[in-house]
Design a protein around this ligand. Structure first.
Ligand SMILES: [Zn+2]
Length: 306
């Protein structure tokens, strides 16, 4: 039996939003089994919580946003990627601003915070969406597809005309342990040439070398360099996990993507659920033992690694 999980107690973190630049406090509360993940804007009066679901995604430019009107939360993907990565299915997230703090641009700080706070099992089995037929979405030369596999596998490729990135590909077979060592610490990235344009659009007001890898024409600008030689594709996998987690289930299927982003990931979620013959939902345990085993948590997480 593999159980659903939540936090053992509430925990708060304060930081700036990447795009809004606003200082916000995020408080994560334990939630009961089958509650799922939801966000509540506590700085707004009388606004309902927003369920972290692909159906509630309202914008995908530069980040994933859920909600409508003023009741929105931007840049949820790294936090959600870490929640999936640590097997946390249920959480009530209070936030006093419009955007999840960017922290260091990766999921590493969230992973450390959650693990140190304590993750507990609930008396309910995990729910898996098992892909039974391939589904594909594409926009121009970009595409993402999912096909049957007993566990979550993500094989992504990105292409940038930059000497430090060029073409990067990586295949990640999901396990909590490998998520923590290989994926969650990979930071978001951007190009110096785009900074003015993004600022004119009112974005990256909170951006700095402390929360993103910045590339000039030839090199990485950050004095500390990169954490992995292929940190860029690792980050794409973190984004993909966060976006796909919006299905609301643990996923058994192989995702392959080429130059994908938040928009395509959301289209894929929508197409999967709109195609009933391509998946089934099961409660663990079942035959999906390899997927279940992937949710074993690592025994320890050293602060040194974060
Ligand atoms: Zn990202």
């Amino acid at each position: 039996m593999t159980y659903q999980r939540t936090l053992s107690k509430k925990v708060s973190v304060t930081g700036r939003g990447l795009h809004s630049g606003k200082l916000v406090t995020l408080t994560l509360h334990p939630a009961v089994a089958n509650a799922g993940i939801s966000f509540k804007r506590v700085d707004l009066k009388d606004q309902p919580p927003i369920k972290a679901s692909f159906e509630n995604v309202s914008a995908t430019e530069n980040a994933t946003t859920i909600g409508t009107g003023i009741n929105v939360v931007h840049t949820i993907e790294h936090l959600l990627g870490v929640l999936y990565g640590l097997g946390i299915n249920n959480l009530f997230c209070e936030i006093d601003g419009p955007e999840v703090p960017i922290m260091d641009g990766s999921g590493g700080s969230f992973a450390f915070l959650l693990k140190e706070t304590g993750i507990v099992s609930l008396n309910a089995s995990r729910n898996f969406i098992v892909i039974t037929e391939p589904i594909r979405v594409e926009v121009d030369d970009k595409w993402v597809q999912i096909e049957p596999d007993p566990m979550l596998v993500i094989e992504s490729t990105i292409v940038f005309a930059h000497p430090k990135i060029k073409t990067q590909s990586r295949k990640f077979r999901f396990s909590c342990e490998d998520f923590i060592t290989d994926i969650c610490r990979a930071r978001t990235f951007g190009f110096l040439k785009d900074v003015d344009m993004l600022k004119r659009k009112g974005l990256i007001k909170g951006g700095s070398l402390d929360n993103a890898i910045i590339l000039d024409e030839f090199n990485v600008v950050n004095p500390e360099g990169v954490r992995f030689s292929d940190e860029f594709i690792r980050h794409k996998i973190l984004d993909t996990i966060g976006d796909i987690s919006l299905l609301g289930y643990d996923v058994a299927g192989k995702i392959t993507s080429f130059k994908s982003g938040h928009h395509l990931h959301n289209l894929l979620c929508r197409k999967i659920i709109a195609t009933p013959g391509c998946y089934k939902v099961i409660s663990a345990p079942n035959q999906q033992e390899s997927a279940v085993v992937a949710f074993a948590l690592p025994r320890s997480m050293s602060p040194v690694a974060y």
